[in-house]
Design a protein around this ligand. Structure first.
Ligand SMILES: [Zn+2]
Length: 267
């Protein structure tokens, strides 16, 4: 048995609207498709049939972009490819990405993953607009992509289901926990909020889901709210620390947000 103590000091709640600026394709399971149907379907909430953005897609994309931006070694096999995951406690101690986004459970040096990313559902307003618009499929459009076989010149049309441009998913929620003890340092966690902001900026400049290099998946992060819960008592309303129209405004105020939380932890 270990007697290590991990002290959860508080949590930051970052909520925002996620707008599909261009058509968005986040793949669902393509099994069970009838012949002649769409071969690239989007993931849907089984209860409402509305497409949604899984938290895992959002988190995975941010992480992957951060790993590349910070030139982290791609050393962990996952499915067809590789991701970064610290192999030693020494590496991990200074790796903001693994501290924030997590390491596999079998690593005995891992501290709690700081970041939780919730699934993001389509806003009711967007859903109602799409219901009225009579799209190809419920809430989505079908785009035909044609690839040409370079040898035979045969056209190979494929159908791609996309959430139309302009659709808003809301609220997206990131929950960022701040810890002390057992290898955690709350003040370092507060500073690591920069990594999170970087991840959001990288994501906005890149794309979410499939077909990004062909124009799909550009997203905008809007109406950002930052709230805090922690300190002497965890119950009650989260304290609002700031509201921002877009990511640029949030990033501009980030130093102040970091100072505010840092001061709360020192109080
Ligand atoms: Zn790492």
């Amino acid at each position: 048995m270990s007697d290590k103590i991990i002290h959860l000091r508080g949590r930051l709640f970052i909520t925002f609207d996620l707008e599909a600026v261009t058509g968005l394709h986040i793949g669902g399971s393509d099994s069970g498709i009838e012949i002649g149907g769409v071969d690239k379907t989007v993931i849907r909430d089984p209860l409402t049939n509305r497409p949604y953005v899984p938290g895992s897609s959002l988190k995975g994309k941010m992480r992957s972009l951060l790993e590349k931006y910070h030139a982290k070694p791609q050393n962990q096999r996952i499915g067809q490819g590789f991701i970064h995951s610290c192999q030693t406690d020494k590496e991990y101690a200074t790796c903001d990405i693994c501290q924030v986004f997590g390491v596999p459970g079998e690593r005995n040096f891992g501290t709690p993953t700081r970041l939780v990313v919730r699934d993001v559902h389509m806003s009711d307003q967007s859903a109602e607009a799409l219901e009225k618009a009579n799209t190809d499929l419920p809430y989505t459009e079908v785009k035909t992509e044609v690839s040409i076989d370079r040898v035979t010149s045969a056209a190979n049309p494929r159908q791609m289901e996309r959430v139309p441009a302009g659709t808003v998913f809301s609220p997206a929620e990131l929950v960022y926990s701040i810890y002390d003890g057992a290898g955690c340092d709350a003040q370092k966690d507060v500073q690591r909020l920069r990594v999170l902001a970087e991840g959001l900026q990288l994501l906005e400049d890149d794309y979410l889901g499939g077909q990004g290099s062909r124009g799909a998946g550009k997203i905008a992060i809007q109406n950002i709210k930052v709230a805090w819960r922690g300190g002497a008592s965890y119950i009650g309303e989260a304290e609002m620390l700031g509201e921002y129209g877009d990511l640029g405004a949030f990033v501009q105020d980030l130093d102040k947000v970091i100072q505010t939380i840092s001061a709360k932890l020192n109080a």
